[in-house]
Design a protein around this ligand. Sequence first.
Ligand SMILES: NC(=O)c1ccc[n+]([C@@H]2O[C@H](COP(=O)([O-])OP(=O)(O)OC[C@H]3O[C@@H](n4cnc5c(N)ncnc54)[C@H](OP(=O)(O)O)[C@@H]3O)[C@@H](O)[C@H]2O)c1
Length: 224
Amino acid sequence: MVSERRLCCAVVGATGVIGREVVSILEERGFPVGRLRLIASGRSAGSTMSFKGELVMVENLATVDFRGVDVVFSAPGASVSREFAPKAVAAGALVIDKSSAFRMDPDVPLIVPEVNPEAAFRHKGIISSPNCTTIPLVMVLWPLHRAFGVKRVVVSTYQAVSGAGKKAVDELLSQIVARFNERPIEVRALPHQIAFNCLPQIDVFREDGYTLEEVKLLEESRKI
Ligand SMILES: NC(=O)c1ccc[n+]([C@@H]2O[C@H](COP(=O)([O-])OP(=O)(O)OC[C@H]3O[C@@H](n4cnc5c(N)ncnc54)[C@H](OP(=O)(O)O)[C@@H]3O)[C@@H](O)[C@H]2O)c1
């Protein structure tokens, strides 16, 4: 019997919406994790999270040495990814990044496994994952494109508050509680009240009238 090599994995942004989901999927799917390192900012360093029934302490990214790490699942936000990922690659790790930092970099494959898995093998240390609306869109479009050739697509998306991260989810909860207790509603993470509401805008508006979210969808789907 061939024994499977177990990998040293790290999750950067482990305490966030995406990071927590990655940790739970690694566990759920029996990914061959030898050691798991959970990494976030100084704010949550020292706290613990559970993986396969054991508590793992969260490390501070600012002091992490990536030598010995095989795969980094990265979701700390674009500016942080841009800074730490090249260092992790130089230390020998493969970085799979969930932020927008490297998506349009011509040297970085932008992968949806159901559509272009083969492109992942051309990586130079970083593999990027698209925006959360691009992924289901291209999964639907790709077979249609192969069968008929897609010329034009009209897209409407209805997105969850969790797409804006844990701050937005916490804000939704606190606004609901405030509303039921007849207290004033505070707006910080999102541009307007989100409880009992729907915002027809994701990310900032550009000069051409598109939002950044819409532009990501256009550019990323073409690259994939
Ligand atoms: N949420 C989604 O549905 C979704 C979908 C697609 C892509 N993304 C992208 O994935 C990335 C993460 O999104 P998210 O929703 O998971 O965000 P989030 O809930 O706000 O989590 C951010 C994570 O990054 C960590 N972090 C923040 N600043 C850091 C720093 N300076 N150094 C180290 N760690 C830092 C936070 O740690 P602390 O606990 O220490 O603050 C937390 O673990 C973003 O680029 C986002 O655009 C998100």
